[in-house]
Design a protein around this ligand. Sequence first.
Ligand code: ATP
Ligand code: MG
Length: 693
Amino acid sequence: MSPGHTLATDLNAVQREAVLYLNGPCLVLAGAGSGKTRVITQKIAYLLRECGYMGRHVVALTFTNKAAREMAERVKTLVDGKLAKGLTVSTFHSLGVRFLREEAKYLGLKPQFSILDAHDALAIIQEMLATTDKGRLRAVQQTISLWKNALMDPDAAALAALTPGEIEAANIYRSYNATLAAYQSVDFDDLIRLPALLLAENAQVRERWQARVQYLLVDEYQDTNLCQYRLVQCLSGQRAMFTAVGDDDQAIYAWRGATVENLAKLTTDYPALKIIKLEQNYRSVQRILSAANQVISKNPNLFGKKLWSDLGVGEPIQVTSMDNEETEAESIAVRISAARFERHAQWRDFAVLYRSNHQARALEQALRNLRIPYTISGGQSFFEKAEIRDILAYLRLVANDDDDPAFIRAVTTPRRGIGQATLQTLGQFAVERQTSLFTALFEIGATERLAVKQLEPLQVFGAFIQRIQWRAGRGQDNAPSKAAKPAEAAGPILDDLLGAIQYERYLYDTLEERPAQTRWQNVLELLGWLKRKADEDGLSLLELVQHVALVTMLERSDDEDPDAVKLSTMHASKGLEYPHVYIAGVEEGLLPHMGRDEEDGDPARAAESLAQRIQEERRLMYVGITRAQRSLHLTWCKKRRRAREDVVREPSRFIEEMGLGEVKLQEDPATQALSPRQRLGMLKELLSKAGSA
Ligand code: ATP
Ligand code: MG
């Protein structure tokens, strides 16, 4: 036992029961802040320290990188490093990557397969549909994704497709998969789907993995989809040694194919399932907790739950109406800086949550104006920047030269005298030969199809990539070959690559100075981050590439935890907690979010699906409220700009549902009566006070 940590002092009696239970599958079903995640980390410690489990036989899974990282940190404080050796604490997706890397040959993949981002996946669908209608493309992508997550292959999808839209998507689905295979690529959904399928089909692989995974723990179980359910089932096998923890009231990923029914399904698939309910909340004061309880009580509820807390009543929840998005953001920024001063708090004690990514813009601006440090998570914007995608295309190509989308991007950026016509000829040739563009590049020289002037830059490029591949530890046959050469460290290769392609010069040649500078800064930030990752986790360049794809897909949250206000979507805030929480934009239409009207013609079905959507939004509200430990502040705007028009808004129904007794409605006195200039003066004064405090 490490000093200061004992099961007896760290856990209440019911939590302890969940930790000690090893007689079979175990489900901890409990509301927010009741210590579910704590049960997982303590159970890992218990298994390693007291039950003689080896680190490499224990696997804990969760959904976001940040949650996985926090969990790993927590375990580190509980368990000696030696005991934890080989322990897996990761997201479902990164376990999937590891699995696929090891078992690639069974699926016709190379270990260095690419993970296509949503952007490239959409481009493939666009190619097939021959349309630029983004809405239609996304709908097809979403439908395919739901099929994948429900473990339906193209045949099953074709049978199930009813509407014209679905039939179209089913046709695309088949060729989309074939294209991915040709590129030696998988998409995000495949990272879990393919392992689940292979484990179900191949007894040898299954036995190997079951011998390896002797105890499995899953956090946020309510958000698993069918693939993830199967994966857990196959990995834990007959012995069913697993602990899952979850809260049906926090299920917020139905739109990604997650199904709360997985909770109910556990009870039927595992008759011996031990169900443990936790009722004490250790996170929030009573006012916050009871507001959360009231809201969620409006939803039909699968499993009855009560939650209580003995952290005191707490201060009233504040609800403030604002004129518009800008004043809302400004008021939140002002109030945070005042509260930090008054409460002797730190910036990191504050979080601002919102429903939609676009709300972040005004908030960022307001925080920046007041020079309040912040970090932002839940957005993927960094990895969507052109310059970042440019550099990553090179890395992807180095790892996997069947990755045609990466090839095209890299070969044309920076421009190196390779024109459209050349690429078309090359593409034609690759199709005839059924090879990748990269392979075609080496073979086309033997034909007379390209003039020397066209051929030469292609070959120079090909040789350049091969040299980097060689340094990264890949053999000439383009298979990762242990015999070839030990991989060089990622850092120097990255530096050389960037120098060789003269990316900085390219930016300054093609752009104005300011944007060029910004982009180059971003590239340097990426580079610094990659090198840090490579160092810290001992990753080779090739491993790094897949790691990056995962981070890109899930979310980029900053590695370090500086003293900064947290800006986050409500979705990305799941599992986390903050002393003081501000939720912005608590308005009808935004929260609950109203998408497009159901396209379905059947009004009964449309009404049903609307009702379900509202329920999911209500769970999201519940997640948001229950992030707060001590104070909670909601704001809504009377007007909000939409497509250059001011639209009148109403407060969200969820405000009323929180129970008026608990809520203090007010106009914002601090900012509304002052002119912008007065406000700024006040802010400066506040800040100087806060700075000297
Ligand atoms: P969520 O549903 O939001 O994921 P959770 O059920 O996973 O919440 P935890 O995050 O594990 O809850 O715990 C909430 C807070 O309560 C944490 O700060 C945790 O350290 C604390 N906590 C949990 N159990 C205890 C306990 N027995 N004694 C003291 N603090 C506890
Ligand atoms: Mg949790």
